[in-house]
Write a protein that binds this ligand. Structure first.
Ligand code: FES
Length: 198
């Protein structure tokens, strides 16, 4: 076997094992201790170490949740239909261009994301800090008969669209926060670090 092939194989193994360790550290730590030792400790994670996330099993139209800095971070894989709903929501939301909301510069765009397909948000309401629930699909809901899909905060009734933008006249003042992140492969995200090393 050529050295290059060996190196490629080793690299693939480490990426796979490392990705699993980020989402299931307890189970992998015993089986692959040397990989686990490369992962950030719980203390380092709490202090803000970036978290690597494998999104290859995330189906279109679904959300997954990971923890970063002790906060829930949502990753939603949006369909074309969902993206159309975002485009149609501009007149419903309070800050359509995210001028007063918090996000990295590369997510200050109509879909609030690096790639339109993937939405990444800190899942904490900008009102008093509850975690909204997802109601991702367009269908009548008790809180909105013409719901386009997004997130609902039952604490005081704030609504957010599929870009995390808050609806007008709701208690939450700003859109949901987008954390720093980057893609390290087509299906692997690093939450908490971007190309500037934020
Ligand atoms: S905490 Fe979300 S609406 Fe109050």
């Amino acid at each position: 076997m050529a050295d290059n092939e060996l190196d490629d194989g080793k690299r693939r193994f480490l990426i796979t094992a490392g990705t699993v360790a980020a989402t299931g550290a307890g189970a992998v730590a015993a089986a692959v201790p040397f990989v686990a030792s490369m992962m950030p400790s719980e203390r380092a994670k709490a202090a803000g170490a970036p978290v690597e996330v494998d999104v290859s099993n995330l189906e279109p139209g679904q959300r997954m949740i990971v923890e970063w800095r002790g906060k829930p971070v949502w990753i939603v894989r949006r369909t074309e239909e969902m993206l159309k709903m975002v485009k149609s929501d501009d007149d419903r939301v309070a800050d359509p261009a995210s001028t007063r909301s918090t996000q990295p510069s590369y997510a200050k765009n109509e879909f609030r994301s690096l790639k339109p397909e993937y939405l990444v948000l800190v899942g904490i309401c900008t009102h008093l800090g509850c975690s909204p629930v997802d109601r991702l699909h367009a269908q009548p809901e008790p809180f909105a008969a013409d719901w386009h899909g997004g997130f609902y905060c039952p604490c005081h009734g704030s609504l957010f669209d599929l870009a995390g933008r808050v609806y007008k006249n709701k208690p939450a003042p700003d859109n949901l926060t987008v954390p720093p992140y980057k893609f390290v492969s087509d299906t692997t995200l690093l939450i908490g670090e971007d190309t500037k090393g934020a």
